[in-house]
Design a protein around this ligand. Structure first.
Ligand code: NAI
Length: 336
């Protein structure tokens, strides 16, 4: 089957890892037409905007995108492109599978969890005001609608994939109303659609301690936006870093696939970034498109490559010497 996929190469290491991912996907024989679209700091020069309207229009029309990371200035400058994209496409559900991979040595060997992050509200409302000189407020928005739909996604996923337990991390002891509403919604959806799934709530500070002590006790994590952002990187650290954790952002009928990591300006343009996280996101995308065999082909190839652990085939973050392109070549060699 032929597919049209929107492609945002992004900033920093974005172009390097997206081009490597395109090559890997094409090497499976998948028939893909890529529509390259501008977004991020790089789009400003040519279009005067970080997220031009035609980027949004194309993704809405073709419904699937592969996205490289984009840079967001700290403390000043333009609004996050990711936040804008997720809001404008209503990509409310971020799914991030986090697993130990054979050959990637970490302190743990039994991590296998899936993060569900509410992707549209919370502290990412972007509503900040200086209400008086030296006094700033930042609004955390929680709605019943968004909380219930992310809860529904997480419990349905458990039922479809044979997952046994959902754990919510929260701070409802302090944010009684906002996190309180989130918890209230999750409890109701749990009772309504999935009472057979084990359900647990942990205050987030305790949850972080439990996570680094024994991550194997977790199965599916259900998190509001801000906690989901932070916990995703923490979880990446448990299994080998940001180079090995993929992600997908789902809306009602649009899906955008992107790695958890950012644009990594410290290593951009040097052919040393690990493209695996985006390649794994590409695998999620192929499955979404009904290309399960091709997805399995790539997954088997990277599992074999990692298990063999040849330094000349692994990127620097995984203890090897391969560049971004050499890693993609080594992967492609395994199935072509
Ligand atoms: P980052 O994820 O870009 O980098 C954190 C550390 O991990 C750096 O040392 C980097 O070199 C390393 N790293 C990240 N990805 C890697 C890869 N594929 N291979 C090897 N090493 C990798 O986070 P940072 O530095 O906090 O943010 C940089 C920029 O990225 C910021 O502008 C931020 O807003 C943006 N960002 C964008 C995201 C997106 O577009 N989805 C997500 C997270 C951050």
């Amino acid at each position: 089957m032929a597919h049209t996929i929107c492609l945002i190469k992004g900033d920093g290491i974005g172009p390097e890892v997206t081009e490597a991912t395109q090559r890997v996907i094409e090497a499976t024989g998948a028939e893909v037409t890529w529509i390259s679209l501008p977004a991020g700091a790089g789009a400003v020069k040519k279009y005067g905007k970080t997220l031009p309207a035609h980027t949004i229009d194309h993704i809405k029309e073709y419904k699937v995108a592969l996205k490289g990371p984009v840079t967001t200035p700290i403390g000043k400058g333009f609004k996050s492109v990711n936040v804008q994209l997720r809001k404008r496409m209503n990509l409310y559900c971020a799914i991030r599978p986090v697993r130990n991979l054979e050959g990637v040595k970490t302190r743990y060997d039994d991590v296998d969890l899936v993060i569900f992050r509410e992707n549209t509200e919370g502290l990412y409302s972007g509503l900040e005001n200086e209400i008086a000189e030296g006094v700033v407020t930042s609004l955390k928005v929680v709605t019943r609608k968004a909380s219930e739909r992310i809860a529904r996604s997480a419990f349905k996923y458990c039922q479809e994939r044979g997952r046994k337990k959902v754990t919510v991390f929260h701070k409802a002891n302090i944010m009684k109303k906002s996190d309180g509403l989130f918890l209230d919604c999750v409890r109701r959806i749990h009772e309504e659609i999935a009472p057979e799934i084990e359900y647990e709530e942990l205050i987030i500070d305790n949850a972080c301690m439990q996570m680094v002590r024994d991550p194997s006790r977790f199965d599916v994590l259900l998190l509001e936006n801000f906690f989901g952002d932070i916990i995703s990187d923490l979880c990446a650290g448990l299994v080998g870093g940001l180079g090995v954790v993929p992600g997908a952002n789902y809306g009602e009928d649009v899906a955008v696939f992107e790695a958890v990591h950012g644009s990594a300006p410290d290593i951009a343009g040097q052919d040393i970034a690990n493209p695996l996280a985006l390649i794994m996101s590409g695998v999620m995308m192929l499955r979404h498109l009904g290309e399960s065999d091709r997805a399995r082909q790539i997954r088997d190839a990277y599992n074999a490559l990692l298990a063999e652990g040849k330094p000349e085939e692994l990127t620097r973050d995984l203890g090897g010497t391969a560049g971004t392109n050499a890693f993609a070549d080594a992967l492609i060699k395994r199935f072509s």
